[in-house]
Design a binder for this molecule. Structure first.
Ligand code: DQA
Length: 148
């Protein structure tokens, strides 16, 4: 089965309690459950992970590249400044794999420091602003693209 790693960056482990007016009331455990169901429906094997650590996230992107797994990535604050993450994400897409950047909120409608993504330019595409549905739409985009 086609593998998709759903990777989440810093502070997303606090989903449900961190700024719920922006990020909603559901938790990372809820996302794991929902993503598994979406994956089942789409014929994708999904693995949801979260870390606050940049090097761990870089390592998971290398793992995806080596395992030929596609990636749905919410880089969280790393979106806006981590060239290390950007380079590891570029390694995924230049290896012929899909990488969809996702955001729960719409960073373009928030503070100016969130307007720029260092990842967007090397991603296959971006989905932002739809809460958990950003992840569902990203998985649907991966499944659709793989069907050709
Ligand atoms: C976020 C948006 C980022 O700007 C922010 O740093 C996050 C979450 C989102 O999902 O909306 O932590 O990636």
């Amino acid at each position: 089965m086609t593998q998709v790693l759903i990777l989440n960056g810093p502070n997303l482990g606090r989903l449900g309690v961190r700024e719920p007016e922006i990020y909603g009331h559901a938790s990372m455990v809820d996302l794991e459950r929902e993503a598994a169901a979406w994956g089942d429906a789409l014929g994708l094997s999904v693995d949801v992970r979260q870390t606050d650590d940049e090097s761990t996230l870089v390592g998971w992107l290398h793992e995806a590249t080596d395992a030929r797994a596609h990636v749905v990535l919410n880089p969280a604050a790393f979106t806006h400044y981590s060239y290390a993450l950007r380079d590891a994400a570029a390694h995924v897409t230049t290896s012929g794999l899909l990488l969809v950047e996702v955001h729960l909120s719409n960073p373009a409608a928030r503070e100016s420091f969130r307007h720029y993504s260092v990842v967007a330019g090397i991603a296959t595409g971006t989905v932002a602003g739809f809460g958990f549905d950003s992840y569902r739409l990203a998985l649907e985009a991966v499944a659709h693209k793989l069907r050709g």
